[in-house]
Write a protein that binds this ligand. Structure first.
Ligand SMILES: Cc1ncc(CO)c(N)n1
Length: 212
């Protein structure tokens, strides 16, 4: 049987729930997240997105030309997103020239390791990483300022459509992938889910002295 993005979500509902539903996001929605928690997330996510952008560049390099449109659209959005992160950091007087925390570093190293994997595995991981933020920021519902801007960035309907296109591209190449490659794609989905959970944990449980 062929694995699909939909089946991955159905077969691993618990892992996916832990990746996308977290007190960090719930407390943003309630407006009670602590600034040091939020700022830790912001700074570490900037560092993550730098490496994610490189990963998407490598996904493009592995992709068939029919998939370029969607991936290049994603890269253009990432260019905008990196500039936006820098603006947000400046507004909050945060220095982005900091070290990655271990969870962020491990996630980034994992994204680098995907370069050696077949394209269907890369496409599945790419989709999962984007879906995690699309759903994570969307599920809590309307957020108060200043968090609404963050929720909208990944929760907006155009982003949802883009993630849908990513799932279609992944499904298309999974359909003809050999069984062991489908297995690797499933593993990559579970690894992404675990890292997404750990990333929220990292920001949520950050101590005051680690926040700057
Ligand atoms: C941790 C993390 N996962 C996913 C994304 C983007 O989808 C992000 N910005 N950060």
């Amino acid at each position: 049987m062929t694995i699909t993005c939909k089946l991955l979500l159905e077969n691993h509902a618990q892992d996916w729930q832990e990746a996308t539903v977290h007190p960090f996001l719930e407390q943003c929605q309630l407006g009670i997240i602590q600034p040091q928690q939020f700022n830790t997330w912001l700074m570490q996510d900037y560092l993550f997105v730098v490496e994610f952008t490189r990963m998407v560049g490598r996904v493009l390099a592995s992709a068939p030309p029919e998939h370029f449109d969607v991936i290049l659209g994603g890269l253009a959005a990432l260019k905008d997103e990196l500039n936006w992160f820098q603006e947000k950091a400046t507004q909050r007087q945060l220095n982005l020239n900091i070290k990655k925390q271990p969870t962020c570093r491990e996630y980034c190293e994992y994204m680098q390791s995907l370069a050696d994997k077949p394209y269907p595995v890369q496409a599945t991981a790419f989709w999962a990483i984007e879906l995690a933020y699309n759903q994570g920021w969307q599920l809590p519902g309307k957020m108060p300022d200043p968090y609404n801007e963050f929720a909208q960035r990944w929760g907006n309907t155009d982003f949802t459509k883009y993630v849908k296109l990513l799932s279609q591209q992944a499904d298309e190449v999974l359909e003809t992938a050999q069984e062991d490659i489908q297995k690797q794609a499933e593993e990559s989905f579970l690894i992404v889910a675990k890292f997404e959970h750990n990333f929220w944990q990292m920001a949520f449980h950050t101590a005051q002295h680690e926040s700057k």
